[in-house]
Design a protein around this ligand. Structure first.
Ligand code: PLP
Length: 412
């Protein structure tokens, strides 16, 4: 019988078992040897997440808000808290409620520019959330109507600025944000209602270029000058990159340095707050998925998780994640590597991850593969499509496959 409770695809935002600690194993290899798991296993490394949080919180020249959507697993949120994160960027009523249930003292910021009216009411009335983002006059009117609050009640309002299309792997310029002239007008319109007025942007996710923040901050400067009203907060968003095979981003310190210089160049009054909303950079290394090989056809491996599970970024977006073979018994794997593509378990032909994923050339049915850097936008995207909705969560204490705890890897 399995030592581990089965968990379905149901998001942690819908579960009721937040207090339960996941089972802890010393290493992923020990887990596979003991469990021989035939369902995907989500392996969390809370120590790696806490270390990444500690590094970001101590290195970023402002306040760190964790973007909850990236991984809302309670064990992940606890590790981030352990690492010094005290503020959370939430985008839905369920995220707000989860964070508040875990951390009564947390700062919660509702950073979705187009919110449900009920979510605004609930966030303020039930969870004391007073900071909201907006990118239109309509959303400002909605927030004011639904909160019934203003500057006197301590309302914090942040205007999201649209950026020109940039270099990020995930471009976010098309969906949210006010164009510069519109943003300036919106800052003026918002100022009288805000105890704290901010301006935010998002350069796009997995942005490899530190100068992208410098350029965005220069645009913030133009918009604030045009608005002609004082701002209290500059929020540089998320987008901080992590390493993947073949992708070695500049060290985080290089991003912090550009942000600090760009912020100082704005010449804003002493006391203006600087915020960031990292997601990926805090949690990617702290999660991996162990899949089992259920069939092999030449250079393709049929595995038990795929794009409808934790591997959606390996599908169409084509992210290449680090992989390693785990074969607890039987012949030692071949030292010769070959590049494989992976097929997920569903019947959809789109359930394919082209990789390439280098693995021992003799990989065979029954072997396990650990796929790393999946703490961000991995397990939280899984669905129950085609009945493949049984994944389990375990905490492990070994080091991540790409080890961001290595101070040399993180130094500027
Ligand atoms: C998704 C998101 C983030 C986090 O982005 P990462 O690329 O994971 O750092 C931050 N802020 C907002 C508004 C987001 O939508």
């Amino acid at each position: 019988m399995s030592l581990l409770r089965s968990r379905t695809a149901v998001s942690p935002l819908r579960r009721r078992d937040l207090g339960d600690a996941a089972r802890v194993m010393p290493t992923v290899d020990a887990l596979v040897a003991v469990e021989r798991p035939e369902e995907p296993m989500h392996c969390l490394r809370p120590a790696a997440i806490a270390a990444a949080a500690r590094f970001f919180v101590s290195g970023f020249p402002g306040e760190t808000l964790y973007a909850v959507k990236c991984n809302p697993e309670p064990a992940v949120l606890r590790a981030l808290w352990e690492g010094g994160v005290r503020r959370f960027d939430c985008a839905s009523a369920a995220e707000v409620s989860l964070v508040r249930s875990m951390f009564p003292e947390a700062g919660i910021h509702f950073m979705h520019p187009v919110k449900a009216r009920s979510a605004i009411r609930e966030a303020l009335a039930l969870h004391g959330v007073k900071d909201f983002v907006l990118d239109s006059a309509e959303e400002l009117a909605k927030i004011l109507a639904e909160t019934g609050a203003g500057a006197a009640e301590g309302l914090g309002l942040v205007v999201r600025l649209a950026l020109p299309k940039g270099e990020a792997v995930y471009d976010l310029s098309g969906k949210f944000g006010a164009q510069p002239a519109e943003a300036a007008a919106l800052l003026r319109a918002t100022r009288p209602h805000a105890a704290r007025l901010g301006v935010s942007f998002h350069v796009g996710s997995q942005c490899l270029e530190p100068l992208a923040w410098r350029r965005a901050l220069a645009l913030v400067g133009e918009v604030v000058r045009e608005a002609g009203v004082p701002v209290d907060i500059v929020d540089v968003g998320g987008g901080f990159p992590v390493a993947y095979p073949g992708v070695e981003p500049p060290a985080l310190g290089a991003f912090f340095a550009e942000i600090e210089a760009g912020f100082e160049a704005l010449g804003l009054p002493e006391g203006t707050a600087l915020w960031a909303e990292p997601g990926r950079a805090l949690v990617a290394a702290g999660g991996s998925v162990v899949v089992q090989v259920q069939g092999r056809r030449d250079g393709a491996l049929y595995v038990n998780d795929g794009v409808y599970g934790a591997l959606s970024d390996a599908g169409l977006p084509g992210f290449v994640f680090p992989v390693r073979l785990i074969r607890p018994d039987g012949p030692a794997p071949s030292p010769v590597l070959r590049e494989f593509a992976l097929f997920g378990p569903t019947c959809d032909s789109a359930d394919r991850m082209r990789g390439p994923f280098p693995l021992p050339e003799d990989v065979r049915e029954g072997d396990w593969i650990e796929i790393g850097q999946l703490g961000a936008y991995g397990a939280c995207l899984r669905t129950g499509f085609n009945g493949f909705d049984r994944a389990r969560i375990v905490e492990v204490r070994d080091r991540p496959m790409i080890d961001t705890e290595d101070p040399a890897a993180l130094a500027a």
